[in-house]
Ligand binder design. Sequence first.
Ligand code: SAH
Ligand code: SF4
Ligand code: F3S
Length: 473
Amino acid sequence: MAENRIIHDEELREQEEAIAKIRSMNDKYTAETGRKRKYFILTTGCQMNSHDSEKLSSMLTDMGYEHTDVESEADFILYNTCCVRENAEEKIYGRLGYLKYYKEKNRDIKIALCGCMMQQETVLDKIKKTFKNVDIVFGTFNIYKLPTLMLTNMETGETVFDIWQEHGEIMEDFRSIRKIPFKASVNIMYGCNNFCSYCIVPYVRGRERSRQPEDIIKEIKELAAEGVKEVMLLGQNVNSYGKTLEKPVTFAELLRQINEIEGIERIRFMTSHPKDLSDELIAAMRDCDKVCNYLHLPVQSGSSAVLERMNRRYTKEKYLDLVAKIKKEIPDILISTDIIVGFPGETEEDFQETLDVVDKVGYSTAFTFLYSKRTGTPAAVMEDQIDEKTAKERFNRLLEHVNAGVERISETMVGTVENVLVEEINRQDKNMLTGRTERNSLVHFEGGEELIGQVVPVKITQNKIFYLIGERM
Ligand code: SAH
Ligand code: SF4
Ligand code: F3S
């Protein structure tokens, strides 16, 4: 499949028809048994995958399925997979092994697999050989086809594989079902062109392509009309948004337009690649009152030599200069990051540079990962792969530095008043509410259910390092 696939109206109509057919089968089942068929989705991976799962949930709901969090009572089980690290894949194989026995007991259930893992030949081979009980397998470029794939499987009884190697046109008008009604994710772009040498994402998500700004604005206006207050703009590298559009638009311009949308109170985005973060974007973040003073800025390593081998295209100094520039324009900003430990050839000195960046920047959160070798990426064949013991030992030392920084930052918040968007009743204590500050810190405070979905001022009284305790003002 060399050329790009184009999704025609015809194909979309086919999906609608398949949805209607499955819905009538499910309605008939409900009329006969008094029970609705249920679906269960397991999502591993990043927010892109979670958002795809929200779209898949919406399709399954249209087909007449009811959602369940209990896998054992589901009629349709879908795993939306990630392959960024090996342990994410192992987890899926483990669960599939378990499902084998489970399906033998209950022949009526259907098992479907999708997501990034399925874009790899080796994975497909393993599924074909070892997990013959799987009914439907599709990839990251054709999630909209779920209804017809389900129908084909029901009609033929055969396993359906549909994996594209190329992406089609960007699909618009996808509905999605959100867990939190007033917070929504919005894709602004798909794919990635950066080819960091350790990373599999460009191979499984395809080349970078941006949605038209008008489509994004339209979607966010509709979300605002539904009561959404906070949007998370998603892309693997949002700072290069719009560059490939016929009429190029910058990410900063897009933010300024979204900032004008009535009803939206908070705008977040991820992920920002340091090499593409422009002065124009910093100015837009500073000027736009709805854009949160929070930035996820993955550093990956503090060593310029390692960064070069990672193909990140910035140095330690450039990264630190960038952070200084951002802090100067937006003094109260909080920054989070991703760090990989044990990249091939990483020496103790290289690792010390990473600790130095952590100490200097002071991250409010850091997602830390042990390097995981991904077949097909340039780093997988680099010499000097680091042994597990050394990597783990460094990882633990890194955590100590990260946690010390997090504690320092949390401490500065005690005594301040933060605006908290209340998300839910606290899971441990029914009298408490849980929400997030503009700068993404987790806060628990006493209050009633009626505050869910509202932004309320909360005085921070205690620092618990990874969360804060407060009192409503
Ligand atoms: N596009 C985003 C990140 C997407 S993947 C960015 O560039 O920042 C999320 C994180 O997973 C990465 O930031 C990186 O820290 C981590 N990661 C990616 N590949 C990895 C690998 N092979 N081993 C360990 N961690 C990895
Ligand atoms: Fe992976 Fe790098 Fe692209 Fe992020 S920017 S998805 S780390 S290749
Ligand atoms: Fe994983 Fe795919 Fe996201 S590999 S990190 S789910 S883009």
